[in-house]
Each structure stands twice: as structure tokens, then as C-alpha cells.
Design a binder for this molecule. Structure first.
Ligand code: ASP
Length: 309
């Protein structure tokens, strides 16, 4: 296992499988009357968030606490300019806090990688700009594996703002390494040029591919990362790429419907769709805690069989 979790691009398939297997063991703990285990007693986990987060930050916090680590939350006001000096300050702060692991989210791609070169603690990327969100990718894959048995050979359709989505990128790296067939669909202006090189199929007509997909993963439109005019209007977006009641009818009865949250309800996905019986959106959130427990545990040097002791 590597020292840091910077992205699924860097992670070998066998390490991904190890995290997923360990997350299964972690999920078993959820059924116990007392969820807490002493595994990370004495370890310090620092949550360092430069961008807003609800699910990721709280689930890392819960994951750390259930493993008995000391969890420190630092929320930093977002700054539009990343200066070398501010990152050095940050590095000094986390060193001084004696952090064993740092969970970092930052609006600029590559910041976790820089931090990993500067501090002794293990670095976990909780989302860097438009680059990667590896624990989201892993929890999505975990959720698919739990429902469909395996990822290899499954057809996963990712819909929406691929260009600005770190969730899309982590899913693409992870899913293709594990043998899934990944298709992407969205406004042509929001599909990065040359994406096919990552081994995915770009499809134009959503309605034609929806009946083929085993999994439909819907992305949030990242309005905060868009300059202007990436698509005509929100209403037009919904008409062409929104998962509406009508589109639900096109999906396979046994397909999974996913969304990383937070959702723009009524834009990329309707509320009705989020409540459909094929929706596993709530489960994704629960699985996020199990996957993050597994990551904290493994990066602290643990082996799987020790976990429940
Ligand atoms: N929560 C995810 C992220 O931080 C997805 C999103 O915000 O759209 O990337």
C-alpha cells in the first residue's frame, strides 16, 4: 500500500481491491451496538478543508472517530490565489499538530501532491480542483460492487459536467482499471478533449445509451468552476441531459442510479429520480464512511485482519 492516497490514477488495482475488501470489514462494524474500535488510538487525523464540504468532511470525521483517532478539523476560508507561502504555512501547522494523516480538500488541482512532498504525515486527497476525488471514486465503486457483485464487465454511464468533475476523473481511473466499460455523456462543451484516451466511450445521445447501462452516475453541474455559457440554459440542460421521470423509464429495471451529492434537484436529476427504488444515493453516503475508515486504517499501516480486534 502506498503512503498517501492522492488519486486513483496512481493506485494499482490490487490496492484498490484491498481498500474495498477492508471497507467491507468496516461496514460490518456498523451493525454492532458500539461502533467504535480502538484501532487508531493515539493517531492524529487533521481534516484540512479549503473548500466547502458536507459529506466528505463529516464522513472522514466519523471514520476517524469510530477508529478512535483524534480528529482535528481545520476549515480555511477559500482563497482564489494559491501562493507557495500559504501552503508552507499549512505544512508547518500540520507538522506542529503532530498529524499522522492529513485529509485535504483544495480548490487547486495538485495541492495534495505538493503537501505530500512537504510533510511527514500521510496525505489523503479529499478533492483537488477538477483533478481527483479518490475516496468518492472508491465509495462509488464499493457501492457498485456491493450491488452488482463485481465491477469488471459492467457498463457504467457517467452523465453531466465531466470537464469540471474530479468525481468523474476518479471514477474513470478506478473503474477502467477494474475492468468496467465506462461511457460518458454530457454537453459537448463539458466533455474534455481527448477523453477517449483514458479508455472511455463518449456517447452523444443519452436516451440511446440509458437502456444499456448497469449504472448511471449523475454529476452535479459545477457552476462555481464554469466561466460562462457552457450550455444554453439550465432548462435546456435538463431537457437534454437531466435524469427525469421519463428517463427513469428508459433505465434498466435492475440498474443503479448514483449521484455524489450535493445535487441540483430539478436540474441534473429530479427529486423523483433520487427517490426511485434504483437510487443508491443515500447508501453512497453510508458507504463513504466505511471506505474512509478503510483508507485511514490502511494508510496508518494496518493490515486487514487486525481491524475488528
Ligand atoms: N462533493 C463532490 C465534490 O466535492 C461532488 C460535487 O461537489 O459535485 O467533488
Amino acid at each position: 500500500m502506498q503512503r498517501d492516497l492522492l488519486g486513483l490514477r496512481q493506485l494499482e488495482a490490487k490496492d484498490m481491491e484491498l481498500i474495498l475488501d477492508t471497507a467491507e470489514a468496516c461496514k460490518q462494524l456498523f451493525n454492532r451496538p458500539v461502533r467504535k474500535v480502538p484501532t487508531l488510538r493515539g493517531k492524529v487525523v487533521v481534516n484540512l478543508f479549503y473548500e466547502p464540504s458536507t459529506r466528505t468532511r463529516t464522513s472522514f470525521e466519523m471514520a476517524g472517530k469510530w477508529l478512535s483517532a483524534d480528529v482535528v478539523n481545520i476549515t480555511v476560508a477559500a482563497s482564489s490565489v494559491v501562493k507557495g507561502e500559504s501552503l508552507k504555512d499549512t505544512a508547518r501547522t500540520v507538522q506542529a499538530l503532530g498529524a499522522d494523516m492529513v485529509v485535504i480538500r483544495h480548490q487547486a488541482s495538485g495541492v495534495p501532491h505538493l503537501l505530500a512532498r512537504t510533510v511527514d504525515a500521510a496525505i489523503i486527497n479529499a478533492g483537488d480542483g477538477t483533478n481527483e476525488h479518490p475516496t468518492q471514486g472508491l465509495l462509488d465503486i464499493f457501492t457498485i460492487r456491493q450491488h452488482l457483485g463485481q465491477v469488471a464487465g459492467k457498463r457504467v454511464l457517467i452523465v453531466g459536467d465531466i470537464l469540471h468533475s474530479r468525481v468523474a476523473r476518479s471514477n474513470i481511473w478506478g473503474l477502467t482499471k477494474l475492468g468496467a466499460a465506462v461511457m460518458v455523456c454530457g454537453p459537448p462543451t463539458l466533455i474534455p478533449v481527448g477523453l477517449e484516451k483514458l479508455g472511455v466511450t463518449v456517447v452523444e445521445n443519452l436516451d440511446e445509451v440509458l437502456p444499456l447501462a448497469d449504472v448511471v452516475n449523475v454529476l452535479r453541474i459545477q457552476l462555481e468552476r464554469q466561466k460562462a455559457g457552457m450550455f444554453p440554459t439550465l432548462r435546456e440542460y435538463t431537457r437534454r441531459w437531466g435524469i427525469t421521470g421519463e428517463r427513469l423509464a428508459l433505465m434498466r429495471p435492475d440498474a443503479l442510479l448514483m449521484h455524489p451529492g450535493p445535487a441540483n434537484l430539478g436540474v441534473e436529476i429530479s427529486e423523483e429520480a433520487t427517490l426511485d427504488r434504483r437510487s443508491v444515493i443515500r447508501e453512497q453516503v453510508t458507504n463513504g464512511v466505511a471506505v474512509r475508515m478503510a483508507v485511514l486504517y490502511l494508510l496508518s499501516g494496518g493490515e486487514r485482519h487486525e481491524l475488528a480486534d
